[in-house]
Design a protein around this ligand. Sequence first.
Ligand code: F6R
Length: 611
Amino acid sequence: MCGIAGYLGTRSASPILLDCLKQLEYRGYDSAGVGLQLADGIQITRSVDRLSGLEAKLGRLNGQGSAARVGIGHTRWATHGRPSELNAHPQSSLDGKVVVVHNGIFENFLELRAELSAYGLSPISQTDTECFPLLVSMLMREGMDFGQAFAAAVRRMRGNYSVLCLHAEHPDRMLLARSGPTLGVGFGVGEYFVASDAAPLLPHTREVAFLEDGDVAELNLDGLTVLDRNAAVVERASVHIDWELGAVELNGYRHFMHKEIFEQPEALARTLEAHLDGDVVALGLSELEGSFRDLEHIAIVACGTSWHAGLVGKFLIEQLARVPVDVDYASEFRYRSPIVSNRTLALAITQSGETADTIAALRDAKQCGARTLAICNVVGAQIARLAEATLFTRAGPEIGVASTKAFTTELALLALLALHIGRVRGTMTAELGAELVRGLRALPAQIEHVHGLEDAIEQLAGARQATTNALYLGRGSLYPIALEGALKLKEISYIHAEGYPAGELEHGPMALIDPALQVVALMPRDEHRERTLSNLKQAAARGAKIVAFVSEGERGLDGVAEAILELPLTHPSLAPILYAVPLQLFAYHVARLRGCDVDRPRNLAKSVTVE
Ligand code: F6R
C-alpha cells in the first residue's frame, strides 16, 4: 500500500521525509520519491530502487534540496502504471508547479485524462494520480486560486484517496484532502508532519489529528485549517498516541516479525489491562450496549489472518453468548446478498483498519440496517470512522507483513467481547466468566513459556526447511489456528501449506500423505483430544510425518508423531491464542533458514487498500 509523508516547518525537510518514508516501508512499495519546495521551484526526485536509492539520489543532487523547509514524499505500490520513475510520485503538472502525492485510486481518471488531453494538458505518465495536478493547473488557468482549484479538483475525484499538494508559487502552503485512506497531521513546535499512519510521526510528536472523509485542509506555519465536506470550518482534535518509540525499530531483532512474536506477552497484557476492570469486562461500548440483549445474529467480516481470528470468535461468541455467528471473507460478503437486519451486529476485524474489502463489507452491512462494531489495531484508521464503536487492540504498530501480535490481541478482544455479551444476555455462568478472565490473565506468562521453546522450534524448522508441502490439522477452535499456521508458513516461506479440520482427513487430504508431506497437528487437552488422536494415528499408520503441539504431559502421541512440543495447559477456549505462537515461530524460522525476506514477502503489502 502506498505511503504519504509531508513536512512543513523550519528544519530541512528532506531528512525528515526520508525517515518518515522509512517508517512507511513496511506497507510495501516498488518506487519512492520526494518533492522539495525550493526558492526556484519544486525539486522532484524519484527512484524505483529501495529508499536507499532515493537517499543516494538526493545526496547526489548535492544536498541542494537541504534548503527546503517544506516537502512531500511517497512510497508507491503500483496500481495504475508499472513501477517506473515516470510513474512514481510526486506527480506534477506539466509546468512542474503543482506537485502531488496520492494514496488510493481516482476511479474516474480515464474520463479526466480525456478531458485534460482535450484541453491540451495530456498526461505523460500512466498513473491515475497525474490527473490531479493537471486538473489543479487547468482550474488555475481558468482563474481559480490555488486553494479553490485544489478544492474543486477534490470534488471532481471519485474513489478512495488521500492527497498532499504543493504549489511552487505558494511555498508556505501544503494542501491536504482525505476521502478514504488515513491521513494524520502531527503537531510539533512550529512545525507539522503528515503521514499515512501515526507510527512515522512518533519520533517528532505524539499529538496527531486525523482528517475525516471529505475533509480538505491547509497547513501553513500558522497551523492547520480544515473544511469538512460541506465546506464548513471544523476542528479535528488531536489524539495522544501512546505507542512506544522503540515499537517501530528493530531493537536488536533481525526481523520485525521476530520482534513482534516476542512482543505478544506485553501486547496481550496491555490489551487486557485496557479492557478489564478487575474481573469485569469494560469495553466501553455504550453506543451498542442496548442492542446486545436482542441480538439475532452476528456477521463477522474480515480478510486473511483477521478472518481466522473471526473464525475463533465464532466459537467463543456462540459458546458464551449463544448468538449465531457467520464469518465471511469480506470480499465474499459484499457479493452474496447476506441476510442482515437491525438485530444483526456486523463486526469487522482488521489490524490496519484500512483493508478495502473489510471497509466496504461493513459499510454494506450498515446500509442494510446492521449495528456495527470494529476490532482494529490502528488509532485513526478508516474503519473506526465507519463503525458505531471500535475496540482497539493494544498491540502497538505491527510492521512485519505477516500478522502476529495483532492476531493474538484480536483473539483476546474477541474473548472479552464474547464474555461481555454472554454476561449481558445471561447465557453463561459467573464461574465460567471468572475462570476465563483468570485464563486470559495467565496468557502473557504462558506465551513467555512458549517463547522458551524457540530453540526446539528452530531445530524443527531446520530439519524441515526443504519441505514443499504442509498440512496443518486441528479440531474445534484449533482448526482456525491450523489455517493460520498454514497461512503464516506459505506467505513468508513460500511453502505450499493448507489447514484442515482433523476430522476431514479421511474425506480427501489423507490421499496427500507421503514422505514429502509435513503434517503439523494441534492437540491441546480438550473435548476433541481423543478424536484428534485417532485421526493422527490413522495418518501415522499411512506414513505421515507428524510434528505435534500438545498440552503438557500428553503421552498419547508418543511413537505416533516424530516431534512433539508441549505447551502450558490453558482453558480450552483460550488455547487458540497460545497455539498460534509456536506456529508463528515455526514459520518464521523456516522462512529465515530458507533465506526469505521475512518482513517483506514477495508480492504482498501490509495493507490491501484495493479490492
Ligand atoms: C497475513 C496477513 C494478512 C492480513 C489481511 C487483512 O499474515 O497479515 O492476511 O491479515 O490482509 O489485513 P487487516 O487485518 O489489516 O484487515
